[in-house]
Design a protein around this ligand. Sequence first.
Ligand code: 5RP
Length: 253
Amino acid sequence: KSPIDIASPPPPPSSMILTQDELKRIAAYKAVDFVKSGMVLGLGTGSTARHAVDRIGELLRQGKLENIVGIPTSEKTEEQALSLGIPLSDLDAHPVVDLSIDGADEVDPYLNLVKGRGGSLLREKMIEGASKEFVVIVDESKMVRHIGGSRMALPVEIVPFCWRFTAGKLREVMEGYGGCEAKLRLGGEKGEAFVTDNGNYIVDMYLEKDMGDLRSVSDEILRLPGVVEHGMFLDMASTVIIAGELGVRIKNK
Ligand code: 5RP
């Protein structure tokens, strides 16, 4: 036997290896433990949040939760919640949300997030920003040292009017933070632009390097006319639940 064979532990039986989706479900179910009857809940969007919404629906059906009001962060989540019989409302009727549960694309050690690769960042930021508690649910693969540093997209929602102009302005701003490639997100079958629930476009920024001062990048992007919102969620998460092969970790702010 080679030394490597001797040193390597035997691989776990394949039935013990959890898929990424199973890890997402574990994190989501753990987050739903935070939900109490009578709460107004922000319902997130994406493949992780989907499990949390399913679980809330299940507990309501079993009578283990009562008087829940859900505020969906997307039309897709609204559809799912309605199909599960979760009573829904909005921020106009409930400007203060007790608890929001949602996934994220990236989480840094200070619990800053990138969200919006699923395209729902504006409603997510409005609802999660109005929440007393914001619980983020992720599998281990979402944990990063610097958000935006993974060469994955940092989404920015912009108005469709002269979107090339706005994308150019985003590139100019990002010159001061190491530069980026800014691409219009496509989504339609014929290669047309992806359109958000709010009728806007998304530009995905692929950064050349870490941005450094996140707060200042955020302020500069938000000052651009044509920009509606960006996918950096700074200092918003109160708790992050991380599911990995070795179990669940909970990080609080
Ligand atoms: C949608 C989001 C999602 O929460 C984020 O993209 C994570 O999605 P998933 O749980 O499918 O990995 O921000 O706008």
